[in-house]
Design a protein around this ligand. Structure first.
Ligand code: FDA
Ligand code: NAD
Length: 434
């Protein structure tokens, strides 16, 4: 089979890949120099839309409306854009073998792609209940959500099971965003997770209490502190109910599972240095192998602000790491280097009419401020995290753009905090004064 050669190859077709392609174009990549290889059938898009407006019955998002780079206010990169720039958009192509020593990628169909410089942007894949051996987890109508074809299957199921019952497994990002999207579609929703409160990797008990009450008021039945241990099915193999460890059985026409993600590093095992589950990079996203970069969810990179190394599974980092890597590639061709990646962690989520942002690090002691009553009109509240006398993290629900900017600044500047009580009393004013 024919072999194709490119100066640069981006492996992956998600958020990081799309933003990397734009950065290559900004640097004047020449016709035929760059290829983007993706197993998805569509050009890179803003993945966050899949768990939000893509599932809404009204104001529905559909491609080409949310191709990158609209998520950060940029021009949409439609398939024609890649053509105009002379970038080969190689879709529906899964790479099944990567040989970093010979700079070769091989697809499932047997095509060979050679590169001089590779950017690994393979992102994450979902963790499945079948990975834990949960009996019945391969039943029909049990859904996961990572890529657009999975979102399409879910949309079809929502239509087919109109006004039906859903069980959402997991209390993290997918759990919270999908429970809301299903409720908006008038599906009866129960959400099950093992921890004492939702989104435990970020929320404090105080923050979670607001969202749990708010969701309960919207009709979501929250079941905490237990696990799914099995599924019952009908004669067609479709799920009919979900068995919980505490003995309860919940009827279900649809099950959505969001029990975490795993970075897709398998192709490179043993060929590149790894750390914290990801591919280890320097502050330019260069890996331990010459001419190979890793960006987005797969990269374990130096977090300059905190003097450690981390992996981040959020869209803001996917965009920025991709841009940094491409800048570094062009700089190194000139014998120059780029300034170190100095990332301020930024996560956000939206559901129902809620919208929160978080900046910084959620370590140390935390304090809640503002109006966190789930029944109040404004529900503008937040939290600060204080470590070694400094405010290192800030969370805000329903902030205005200026207020969100203010909490971002707090997390970046890390101002001293006199006391937790004073911070709680000052609330947002503390941030707006910085
Ligand atoms: P991403 O997963 O976007 O892309 C990886 C690409 O590589 C995919 O196209 C995949 O098909 C391809 N690929 C993998 N292996 C391959 C192979 N062997 N051959 C060919 N192609 C291959 N974050 C946030 O901050 N706010 C939010 O609201 C959301 N919302 C959200 C919703 C949903 C449903 C998901 C799944 C995720 C989010 N996220 C988020 C997380 C965010 O989307 C995520 O961190 C970025 O998409 C990561 O970008 P990457 O490009 O690294 O991976
Ligand atoms: P997550 O890590 O946010 O949450 C996983 C949840 O599942 C946790 O509450 C966890 O304790 C629970 N869980 C683990 N094992 C379980 C089990 N056996 N039974 C029941 N619950 C179990 O992961 P996610 O929500 O699946 O999200 C997947 C990926 O998508 C992540 O990378 C996430 O960052 C990304 N994402 C991000 C956003 C956002 O940033 N707004 C939105 C959607 C998805």
């Amino acid at each position: 089979m024919a072999e194709k050669s490119f100066k640069y190859v981006i492996l992956g077709g998600g958020v990081a890949a799309g933003y990397a392609a734009r950065e290559f174009a900004k640097h004047g990549v020449k016709l035929g120099e760059l290829a983007l290889i993706s197993k998805e059938a569509v050009a890179p898009y803003e993945r966050p839309a899949l768990s939000k407006a893509y599932l809404f019955p009204e104001g529905t998002a559909r491609l080409p409306g949310f191709h990158v780079c609209v998520g950060s206010g940029g021009e949409r990169l439609l398939p024609e854009w890649y053509m105009e720039k002379g970038i080969s958009l190689i879709l529906s192509t899964e790479i099944v073998k990567a040989d970093l020593a010979s700079k070769t990628l091989i697809s499932a169909a047997g095509e060979t792609y050679k590169y001089q410089t590779l950017i690994i942007a393979t992102g994450s894949t979902v963790i499945r209940l079948t990975d834990f051996g949960t009996p019945g987890a391969d039943a029909k109508n049990i859904f996961y959500l990572r890529e657009i074809d999975e979102a399409d299957e879910l949309v079809e199921a929502i239509k087919a099971k109109k006004n039906g019952k859903a069980v959402v497994v997991g209390g993290g990002y997918i759990g919270l965003e999908l429970s809301a999207a299903l409720r908006i579609n008038n599906i009866d929703v129960s959400m099950v997770f093992p921890e004492p409160w939702c989104m435990p990797r970020l929320f404090t008990a105080g923050i979670a209490a607001f969202y749990e009450s708010y969701y309960a008021n919207k009709g979501v039945n929250i079941i905490k502190g237990t696990m799914v241990v099995g599924f019952n099915t009908n004669e067609n193999g479709e799920v009919t109910s979900v068995k919980l460890k505490d003995g309860r059985v919940l009827e279900a026409d649809i099950v959505v599972v969001g029990v975490g993600a795993r970075p897709l590093t398998t192709l490179f095992k043993g060929q590149v240095e790894e750390d914290k589950g990801g591919i280890k990079t320097d502050a330019s996203f260069k890996t331990s192998v010459a001419d190979v970069y890793a960006v987005g969810d797969v990269a374990t990179f130096p977090m300059k602000m905190y003097g450690d190394i981390r992996r981040v599974e959020h869209v803001d980092h996917a965009r920025k790491s991709a841009e940094q890597a491409v800048k570094a590639i062009y700089a190194s061709e000139q014998g120059e280097s780029v300034s170190e990646y100095d990332y301020l962690p930024y996560f956000y989520s939206r559901s129902f009419d809620l919208s929160w942002q978080f900046y910084g690090d959620n370590v140390g002691e935390s304090v809640l401020f503002g109006d966190s009553s789930p029944t109040s009109e404004c529900h503008k509240f937040g939290s600060y995290w204080v470590k070694d006398g400094k405010v290192v993290g800030a969370f805000l629900e329903s902030g205005s753009p200026e207020e969100n900017k203010a909490i971002a600044k707090v997390a970046k500047v890390q101002p001293p905090a006199a006391s937790l009580d004073k911070l709680a009393a000052e609330g947002l004013t503390f941030a707006t004064k910085i």
